[in-house]
Write a protein that binds this ligand. Structure first.
Ligand SMILES: [Zn+2]
Ligand SMILES: [Zn+2]
Length: 146
C-alpha cells in the first residue's frame, strides 16, 4: 500500500493547483480515500463522514468523488451490478481481489504482472494504456464461514 499521508498531501496539492477549495468536509472525504481501506463505495464514505459532519449529504460525497475522479486522483472500479468502489491510495490501474460474498476488495501485490503485460504486448502488438484485472472469489474470512 502506498504511503497514506503522502497520498493525502498529493491529493490536497492537486486541488490547490486547480484552485479548488479544500473544505473540512472535502478533506474528510479525501482522508478516507487516501487510505481506501477495502475500496469504499460512495455510501461507505458517506457513513464514515456523517458522524463528524452531520450536514454532509450523499450528493456532496458524490460530487467530491466525481471531482477527484476527473482529476485522476482516484481509481473507479465499476461493477455490472452497480455499486462503484474507489481507490485513492493507488490511483492507477492495478489488479484487484473481489470477494463475491462480503464484497471486500483487496490489492494483491503481483510480481508477475509486468511479465503478463509484456507478454500481452508481445503477442498482440497493442500499446497498453490501461488495464482491468479482477479476480473474483471468496476472501479468507468468508471461506472460514462456509
Ligand atoms: Zn468475503
Ligand atoms: Zn485497489
Amino acid at each position: 500500500m502506498a504511503n497514506e499521508q503522502a497520498r493525502l498531501k498529493e491529493i490536497v496539492s492537486t486541488l490547490k493547483e486547480n484552485n479548488l477549495r479544500i473544505t473540512p468536509q472535502r478533506l474528510a472525504i479525501i482522508k478516507i480515500l487516501a487510505v481506501s481501506k477495502g475500496h469504499p463505495s460512495v455510501e461507505q464514505i458517506y457513513d464514515q463522514v456523517k458522524p463528524d459532519f452531520p450536514t454532509t449529504s450523499l450528493a456532496t460525497v458524490y460530487k467530491t468523488v466525481t471531482m477527484l475522479k476527473n482529476l485522476n486522483e482516484i481509481l473507479e472500479l465499476g461493477f455490472p451490478e452497480g455499486g462503484n468502489r474507489y481507490d485513492g491510495n493507488k490511483p492507477y490501474p492495478h489488479p484487484h481481489m473481489v470477494c463475491i460474498r462480503c464484497k471486500k476488495i483487496m490489492d494483491p501485490d503481483l510480481a508477475s504482472l509486468k511479465h503478463l503485460t509484456d507478454e500481452a504486448v508481445r503477442k498482440t502488438g497493442y500499446k497498453i494504456i490501461d488495464h482491468r484485472l479482477d479476480f473474483f472469489g471468496l476472501c479468507p474470512g468468508c471461506q472460514k464461514r462456509e
